[in-house]
Design a protein around this ligand. Structure first.
Ligand SMILES: [Zn+2]
Length: 340
């Protein structure tokens, strides 16, 4: 009889503290603090706990926040933060504070879905409402407890289900610090954007980035790849880019590496199908297309062509559909435009 052994290396998991609020003045300087932050209660009266890691530098300086998975199935940002942790020096060598939040939308992560567990998109509800519905109160508490202590924000996302994204940055390029944040990313594409979402804005509020910026917490959004997966090529670049922001803010010392290869887009938009069917011929990510190039062919169940779609102007493919089943109004490509 053959015996099989499963090799498991067990690491001691340290019990983490639970806090009601994030008061940076209470944390000891020059140390890392890891804890759970209570946001709201679930339906059993048990707190929903968000994991928080604080690097409190020995010296004073700016407070940078890096948050992941406000959309619960957008997981690459969690791996970015885990990778970043392995690269950060000891906080005794830092001037400033870094707040890392590897997983914001707790029910969304557990349910493997973009939305909160009442079906709402948290990133269309900022600033939330103190006496609002479940999502609105989650957002309200999240913002007040976690975002308000930050000076700058990096919000990590991926494409939604059925779509893929390049590694691209959404940043307000008019703002000097944010322009530098963006240009320091080893991204494929940089999109000048003031914080409006790439498509539908159906919630009762606005995106975290737009709301926070108007309230003097400027930030960028970094989109990395696909939903519900860890993609090392994207997450390694994500961690490298955030390390560059930390260096730019002089929280740590190091060399700045500006990216001269990213395509900078002045605007972007989604192109949708106008009929239903199976979608073929969608161009690859980062491909530059010319006005009139084919960007999609819609076929019926019998393989007959229903409609063909063409690029309305020169541009670059920021995101595309990875799901051939395309109802009327289905997304084809997210087209970035480099020049007006
Ligand atoms: Zn997202």
């Amino acid at each position: 009889m053959a015996l099989f052994f499963i090799v498991v290396s067990v690491h001691a998991q340290q019990e983490k503290a639970m806090y009601d609020s994030l008061d940076l003045t209470k944390f000891k300087s020059g140390e890392v603090h890891e804890f759970w932050l209570k946001i709201v209660d679930d339906g059993r009266g048990v707190p929903m706990l968000v994991p928080v890691i604080v690097y409190k530098g020995k010296k004073n300086g700016p407070v940078l926040g890096v948050i992941a998975a406000i959309h619960g199935n957008e997981l690459n940002g969690i791996a970015v933060i885990h990778t970043l942790k392995t690269k950060l020096p000891d906080p005794s060598q830092m001037a400033g504070t870094i707040i890392l939040v590897p997983g914001l939308n707790i029910p969304g992560i557990i349910n493997e879905q973009r939305e909160f567990n009442d079906g709402q998109d948290l990133n269309r509800l900022f600033p939330g409402k103190k006496r609002g519905d479940t999502s609105q109160q989650y957002v309200y508490n999240l913002y007040r407890k976690l975002i308000v202590p930050m000076d700058y924000l990096v919000d990590l996302h991926t494409a939604s289900f059925g779509r893929t994204n390049s590694l691209y940055v959404r940043a307000d390029m008019k703002d000097e610090a944010l322009r530098n944040f963006a240009l320091l990313q080893p991204a494929d594409i940089i999109l000048n954007s003031d914080g409006a979402p790439s498509a539908s804005n159906t919630g009762s509020g606005e995106t975290l980035r737009a709301y926070a910026h108007r309230n003097n917490i400027p930030g960028i959004t970094i989109e990395l790849g696909n939903p519900q997966v860890f993609q090392t090529d994207y997450t390694d670049r994500g961690a490298e880019g955030i390390l560059q922001i930390i260096t730019y803010l002089k929280i740590i010392k190091g060399q700045l590496n500006y990216n001269n290869t990213a395509q900078v887009c002045v605007k972007s938009y989604w192109i949708y199908t106008s009929k239903g069917g199976y979608l073929y011929n969608v161009p690859e990510l980062n491909k530059q297309v010319l006005k009139g190039d084919i960007i999609g062919t819609l076929k019926d169940s019998f393989g007959e062509i229903i409609e063909e779609y063409f690029a309305p102007e020169n541009g670059i493919i920021i995101g595309n559909s990875s799901n051939p089943v395309s109802q009327t109004g289905g997304r084809i490509v997210h087209l970035g435009v480099m020049k007006e």
